[in-house]
Design a binder for this molecule. Structure first.
Ligand SMILES: [Zn+2]
Ligand SMILES: [Zn+2]
Length: 763
């Protein structure tokens, strides 16, 4: 009997599993990895063969995901007795799965902590069930020579484990030990190895001692470098902010274990499951009021982002330091995270006092994944990267030709697809940075090789100025599909749930180019993978000064007050008291005139900008230092006890007219109503209006399915409020679960649309 197994079956201990199963059942034959997955042949007692086929998918190893077993009868060979694991076949077309990087397993942790074990305190301990995968793979098949471990020749002891199918390190490609594998070194900011005396212990102990004393440490991890310091040391955290040139954006924390995480944040059972999952994402969750965390870690945030150690090096460092650490991406300001050693040293030496480095190269940069817990609902994924990538997602309508989808611009990802399967790449970031653009291009080339995708169709955003669009237009010999931004959001959510539509989609985000040339972002769409109509939207206003209005929320406050008719036909609206200290009168008047029209004030229906306007009006923030900051702070202050709501009528079908809302916000703010109360009334108004608009469009069109997506739905008050109301109205509500609601999900949505609509001739 010959069988082919498709799915995530390489690098997950599948072959030794097959070996043990065959041995148990007394079957002869072989198993091999090849370019498509796993190929095996067994022969022997027919009842045993039958049992083998039945048990094969059922008892597969934890990290494996078997999608299909295709078995066929072949003539017995009986050439060799016994069962063998044979070498991977080379050549041909690779299409095998590469699994995500996986947190250190309990068996390895026990050895790491066992003074009698030969890998006691070895920072690179791993086995078939755990360790780096995606970030060390250079090509397929997934075998040691095609990983960044190729340069490390295994010692006899490691080789014996690697060759023994009964050992849990059988064919664990990153298998290593202190005698033969990678090692850590502690460098000073000049790049010179720190000499360690007998009292310093090893490099990790010395690094931990420096952290305890208040140092900033750069640490090379799985997908890149982090910057670390004590979480409870305000001086160290403030110094890290200053040196990184990062003003307000919160830092993530790493806690030694679940108990230590409980001391920082309010972890319910769902959050605890997330934080301990194999993927080990950063989990954003409500901070405990008594958490021993310096104020500069997450200024003006109610939440903290917490993760647990996922590499053995982290386990050692956290245990040796004895307290939670800030562990933030190793970069300055908005640059991509450093992952190559020379580059890291050059870029991080001005930030870090010391660098804890190692000599196992990182082939692909992968930032930490981020999820946000939502009470009673599935968590919202804010970033899908290390630990999750490159697991594939299904396409509900299979692609007839191979597809590349180029995504959007901020929070950029790309996606390649073949048949019924799509692979969304790691988080790339803001494509406007030259280095990020290079990572985007390299990442696409890597994925095309790994998954044997030769794109004949290239999908892209309609925005002509996105660099992802420019990349798509530069690809030769392909058919191109332009997918409207918010349609891609709708399609991504439908597709990950295996749906094709039609659905009503409330798609709220910062901006995306609409089919009418204006800036969309508060859209009610009706449609599916095959197309859409704009059924409604937020009342349009001007974006005074274009991009400047994104950085300065007070401009949006002005634009909304002008739209609401405050100040009359020609006069500027009176400046709200909350902005008096932040904006001078002449600029206010100039912006008010831009808000009345003209080329410097493009028309927008952006929901993100409405949040900005409200945040500015209640005095939270006149200017921001990172995208989405004003909305995040407005959400953070939301008073859970307030039950009121502002008026927000839905007119002419599904136009969400927030003009009265803004007037009410401004009035409350002028009357000294606390920002938390204003925030709660605004959130409730928008959630209500969104639900009403969706219900109306759904009824009119005979649709029973609603999608809520777009970056604004990272806001849990809005998400929970709108979904609860839609549930109550008897509609089925889908929200993104495997991919972020933000632009990180766009590429997959583009691929789903391209697969469904096909593409015309080459152009
Ligand atoms: Zn392990
Ligand atoms: Zn060894």
């Amino acid at each position: 009997m010959r069988a082919r197994v498709d799915g995530t079956v390489q690098g997950v201990g599948f072959r030794p599993y097959v070996f043990r199963l065959a041995e148990q059942l007394g079957l002869d034959g072989f198993v091999a990895n090849d370019e498509r997955g796993v190929l095996l042949e067994v022969e022997g007692d027919p009842a045993a063969v039958e049992a083998f086929v039945a048990r094969l998918p059922r008892e597969a190893p934890a990290l494996a995901s078997v999608e299909r077993v295709s078995a066929e009868a072949v003539a017995p060979v009986a050439a060799t007795a016994g069962f063998a694991i044979v070498d991977s076949a080379r050549g041909g077309v690779p299409a095998a799965q590469v699994s995500p990087d996986t947190a250190t397993c309990d068996a390895c942790l026990a050895e790491l902590r066992d003074p009698a074990d030969r890998r006691h305190r070895y920072p690179f301990i791993n086995c078939t069930d755990c360790g780096p995968r995606f970030t060390i793979v250079r090509g397929v098949p997934y075998d040691r020579p095609l990983t960044t471990m190729a340069a490390f020749a295994m010692c006899d002891a490691c080789r014996a484990e690697y060759d023994d199918p009964r050992d849990r390190r059988f064919h664990a490609q990153p298998n290593a030990c202190p005698a033969c594998g990678p090692g850590v070194r502690l460098l000073d900011a000049g790049g010179t190895a720190v000499a360690l005396g007998p009292e310093d212990g090893d490099a990790v102990r010395a690094a931990a001692a420096a952290l305890r004393a208040g140092a900033i440490l750069a640490v090379k991890g799985i997908g890149g470098y982090h910057l670390a310091c004590r979480a409870d040391d305000e001086q160290a955290v403030a110094a890290l902010r200053a040196r990184k040139h990062r003003e307000d954006r919160p830092f993530a924390l790493m806690a030694a274990d679940l108990a230590a995480a409980h001391a920082l944040v309010e972890l319910g059972p769902e959050e605890a499951a997330l934080v301990t999952s194999r993927e080990r994402p950063i989990v954003v969750v409500r901070a405990r009021p008594d958490a021993a965390v310096a104020p500069s870690v997450a200024p003006r945030c109610a939440d903290l982002g917490v993760m647990l150690p996922y590499a053995p090096l982290h386990h050692l460092l956290l245990a040796d330091t004895g307290g939670a650490l800030v562990l933030t991406s190793g970069n300055a300001a908005d640059e991509p995270i450093a992952y190559r050693d020379a580059d890291a040293l050059a870029r991080l030496r001005s930030i870090a006092d010391l660098l804890l480095v190692h000599d196992r190269p990182i082939h692909v940069r992968a930032d930490d994944s981020v999820v946000r817990a939502v009470a009673g609902r599935p968590p919202v994924r804010l970033r899908r990267s290390r630990g999750a990538v490159p697991a594939s997602l299904p396409l509900p309508v299979p692609a007839e030709r191979d597809i590349l989808a180029c995504g959007a611009e901020l929070k950029s990802t790309f996606c390649v697809a073949k048949g019924g399967r799509a692979w969304v790449g790691h988080h790339i970031g803001d494509l406007r940075e030259a280095e990020t653009l290079a990572a985007f291009e390299d990442g696409i080339a890597h994925f095309e090789r790994l998954f044997a995708v030769a794109p004949a169709v290239v999908a892209h955003d309609r925005h002509p100025d996105y660099l992802s669009t420019a990349y798509a237009l530069a690809r030769e010999e392909v058919a191109r599909v332009a997918v409207q931004h918010h349609h891609a959001h709708l399609a991504a959510c439908l597709a990950e749930h295996g749906e094709t539509g039609p659905a009503v989609g409330a798609i709220f985000d910062g901006s995306g180019l609409g089919t009418d040339g204006t800036v969309w972002g508060g859209e009610v769409l009706a449609g599916g993978l095959d197309g859409f109509e704009r059924a409604g939207h937020l009342h349009p206003v001007r974006l005074p000064g274009g991009d400047q209005a994104v950085r300065q929320p007070w401009r949006m406050a002005c634009a909304w007050l002008v739209a609401a008719g405050e100040g009359g036909e020609a006069a500027p609206p009176p400046m709200p008291a909350a902005l008096a200290g932040a904006v001078d009168g002449a600029r206010w008047r100039a912006v008010a005139s831009l808000a009345r029209g003209g080329v410097a004030g493009p028309v927008t229906t952006s929901a993100g900008r409405l949040f900005d306007a409200v945040a500015a009006l209640c005095g939270l923030r006149a200017a921001v230092t990172y995208e989405g900051q004003a909305a995040a702070e407005l959400e953070a202050v939301c008073d859970p006890h307030e039950r009121g709501a502002y008026p927000l009528p839905v007119r002419d079908g599904a136009i969400l007219d927030a003009r009265e809302t803004i007037v009410a916000v401004a009035r409350d703010a002028a009357d000294g109503v606390p920002a938390g109360v204003v925030s709660a009334r605004f959130h409730r108004a928008l959630a209500d209006a969104t639900a009403r608009a969706c219900v109306e469009v759904a009824a009119r069109r005979g649709i029973d399915l609603v999608v809520l997506s777009g970056g604004v739905f990272q806001n849990v008050h809005l998400l929970a409020g709108a979904s609860t109301r839609l549930d109550a109205a008897g509609l089925r509500v889908l929200v993104p679960e495997h991919l972020p609601p933000n632009d990180g999900g766009i590429s997959y949505g583009q691929a789903a649309v391209a697969a469904c609509t096909g593409a015309g001739a080459l152009r």
